[in-house]
Design a protein. Structure first.
Length: 723
């Protein structure tokens, strides 16, 4: 092999290993590395070769344990040592595993390196890392089609037929074809035959490999506030192609390289070249983990759970009040709203996704809509969830387009269309918080229908037909049509959403700003204390669970526990659903339906909520008490919302207006005879001319409807007097 050195001295006085010595060490490493009395790389080599997959996946920690100097040399000068490693694998295969009759063409194996070291952020990659082995985390936002690239090029002279082999550098590197034929340099050969630029590529005799370019973006939770996410170009080849799709969270092991640009940006003066170089990462290992459901839970996004943390979490789960403690710790700065906090806790933990034998998938993620008056802390809930969920994306409805939420098709410099994932794809396995949900354009809102129920995003644009995963929970906040919620109006009139999207929300909370002296005083005291004693309050709240601990508890529960319904709980659920459907039918006062439908989706919503409550208790079986609590949350959210507004039975007329309301009722009875009909707007107009108080008139009509003296007809346009 020769005793020449590669890499030289790295400037710190560290001497690199000689070429032949490194080659032998790599061979020993493959043959000798053991784990639990098994030669792991020997077995992997044989298994992969038997399948016709010529690659070897190596853990960098094993190289470090085998020979620290070799590992350091490889980390500092990977471009020199990787080809040597691949040749060593080829030699081991040739010597130990290949039969004699196929001795001549032993395949060249690809080395894929995995590393458990702490990854560097994309924004930390500076020029001093060029040419070194690095580990970076991120989300794949774009994947090109796999193309074919020549690894060895054969050129032939058109005049004398001389052939020459050229090796192409890896990554995005190219080759330069010699302008002068080699025969020109040989004495005694007729030089007149071979002019300049006579070499041409013999396409059929070149060697080719697969290559794919990817775009890696920083994960949303790693980007400092106010900064644009950084992206990096990646180059994969051979067995690393087609391993990831847009939306996958990965750790990349690669070599930071420089892109050699041959063009001069169309500059007429060919001598002028830019000294600014574009960098990219040549991938030599892709690490992505998945849990049982295939949802990506790559380590960098998730908190690191130690043995000590695990014991603490299991002890916490034994506390019978753990559900209340976790819900109180959610956005603790917000006063009251306990039921919303419980629903948000369920959203964070989620239910268990199920895959049916026919391949159909039932989602486990819970979607929650907060609909109501301004200044009821809706956005604060969203911001808190974005902070506490390990994977989360926050977006505002006004600035979000359908393409930004789902996926967009972009044209790359070569003119090829490529797919780029949006917010719902980037939050795969986490939560999407959409604020100002009502300000979204209806056509943009329709784009997330499929993402919310089927949890996929289908794309058919510019010749690209594909399906992306978006296994994410949605937490949305919206205002009613008129800005504030009005009890005197029908629920369907105030909610500007189609029933198709409302049915996809498991919990719909109508958040009202109730004006009561005692409630206002309690809120005012809380807000003033919050501003006065913010730091002291943090110290006093010892009973609450910190955000870091909650993140760990949440991650542990989602990775280890997948609750299923018990027999008794299933029976209780069936009875609850049937009675809810009956009640929702009875509530329809007129032909106009309530704004929020009660469908089979709502039954699934209760199942998901009860699974989430069981998961909070770290239990594998859903019990009757979990179902009862889930149904209670469902009743006070979605059912109440469906029966709110004019359909509610508990609208109290203001005491100060009672004398006037009675007078209006008497006037209406004199105006409309029993058994006759009258137009609602006409009656309102006539009464306004007499009493000039719209609120009293509305309350009078509503009171008479509640007493069944009037019934609505034709979608509240006509009133029919019954008695």
């Amino acid at each position: 092999m020769g005793g020449d050195q590669i890499g030289g001295n790295n400037g710190d006085g560290f001497q690199q290993i000689e070429k032949d010595q490194a080659f032998l060490k790599f061979m020993h490493f493959i043959l000798e590395t053991q784990e639990k009395n098994t030669y792991i790389y020997r077995e992997q080599l044989q298994n992969n070769a038997n399948k016709g997959q010529y690659f070897l996946r190596v853990n960098f920690d094993d190289i470090m344990n085998f020979d620290q100097q070799l590992a350091t040399s490889m980390k500092t000068f990977p471009g020199d040592y990787l080809p040597l490693f691949e040749t060593a694998i080829q030699q081991v295969y040739k010597t130990h595993y290949q039969s004699a009759d196929e001795f001549e063409d032993a395949p060249l194996f690809q080395v894929q390196i995995h590393s458990d070291e702490h990854p560097r952020m994309l924004r930390d990659l500076q020029s001093n890392f060029i040419g070194q082995l690095i580990v970076v985390p991120g989300i794949i936002t774009n994947a090109s089609r796999t193309s074919i690239r020549a690894s060895k090029v054969i050129v032939q002279c058109r005049n004398c037929g001389h052939q020459k082999q050229l090796t192409v550098s890896s990554g995005f590197g190219g080759i330069s074809i010699p302008r002068v034929c080699d025969n020109q340099r040989n004495p005694g050969v007729d030089k007149e035959k071979c002019k300049i630029d006579t070499y041409s590529v013999v396409t059929d005799r070149c060697e080719y490999i697969d290559q794919q370019s990817l775009k890696l973006q920083e994960a949303p939770e790693l980007i400092p506030t106010g900064e644009m996410p950084r992206t990096f170009l990646l180059s994969c080849d051979r067995y690393l192609t087609d391993k990831v799709t847009p939306g996958n969270r990965v750790k990349i092991v690669g070599i930071l390289s420089i892109l050699n640009r041959s063009s001069q940006n169309g500059n007429a003066n060919k001598q002028v070249k830019s000294t600014v170089q574009q960098s990219y990462i040549r991938v030599i290992g892709i690490m992505s983990e998945a849990n049982k459901d295939g949802v990506n839970t790559t380590g960098f996004a998730m908190p690191n759970i130690t043995q000590e943390d695990e014991e603490k979490i299991i002890n916490m789960s034994k506390d019978p009040l753990i559900y209340d403690k976790i819900s109180k710790s959610i956005a603790s700065a917000i006063f009251g709203q306990n039921d919303i906090k419980k629903a948000v806790a369920c959203l964070l933990f989620g239910g268990s996704p199920k895959k049916l034998p026919d391949g159909m998938r039932l989602r486990g993620d819970i979607n929650v809509l907060l609909l109501g008056d301004p200044s009821t802390a809706k956005s604060q809930f969203l911001k808190f969830v974005e902070r506490v969920a390990p994977i989360s994306v926050y977006t505002s409805g006004k600035g979000s387009s359908a393409a930004g939420l789902t996926a967009s098709i972009i044209k790359d410099p070569s003119g090829e269309f490529q797919l780029e994932g949006g917010a719902m794809v980037l939050a795969d396995g986490g939560v999407v918080c959409i604020d100002e949900f009502d300000k979204m354009r209806p056509q943009d809102r329709v784009a997330i229908h499929e993402a919310m129920e089927q949890q996929t995003i289908s794309i058919a644009k510019a010749g690209i037909t594909t399906i992306l995963n978006s296994r994410t929970s949605v937490l949305a906040a919206a205002n009613p049509i008129f800005g504030r919620y009005d009890d005197l109006k029908h629920a369907a009139e105030q909610i500007d959403f189609q029933s198709s999207i409302l049915s996809r929300f498991d919990c719909i909370f109508i958040v009202k700003d109730i004006r009561e002296e005692s409630a206002d005083k309690a809120i005012a005291t809380h807000v003033v204390n919050l501003h006065q004693y913010a730091s002291k309050m943090r110290e006093d709240q010892q009973g609450e669970i910190t955000i870091d601990l909650m993140k760990k508890y949440l991650t542990y529960a989602k990775m280890k526990f997948f609750p299923r319904l018990s027999e008794e709980a299933g029976q209780v659920l069936q009875d609850m659903y049937v009675s809810d459907r009956m009640n929702s039918k009875d509530q329809k006062i007129s032909k106009k339906s309530t704004g929020i439908p009660i469908t089979v989706r709502q039954l699934e919503a209760i199942i998901r909520l009860s699974e989430a409550i069981a998961r909070i208790h770290l239990q594998t079986q859903v019990k009757v008490q979990h179902v009862e609590e889930a149904h209670r949350i469902f009743k006070i959210s979605t059912l109440n919302a469906a029966q709110s507004g004019m359909t509610a039975k508990n609208i109290d007329s203001p005491a100060e207006l009672m004398p006037l309301i009675r007078k209006v009722e008497e006037a209406i009875k004199r105006r409309v005879a029993i058994g006759t009909k009258i137009s609602y707007p006409k009656l309102q107009q006539e009464m306004m001319q007499r009493f000039e108080n719209a609120k009293a008139i509305d309350h009078a009509i509503i009171s008479m409807i509640k007493r069944d003296e009037f019934i609505h007809m034709e979608g509240r346009k006509i009133l029919h007097r019954k008695r």
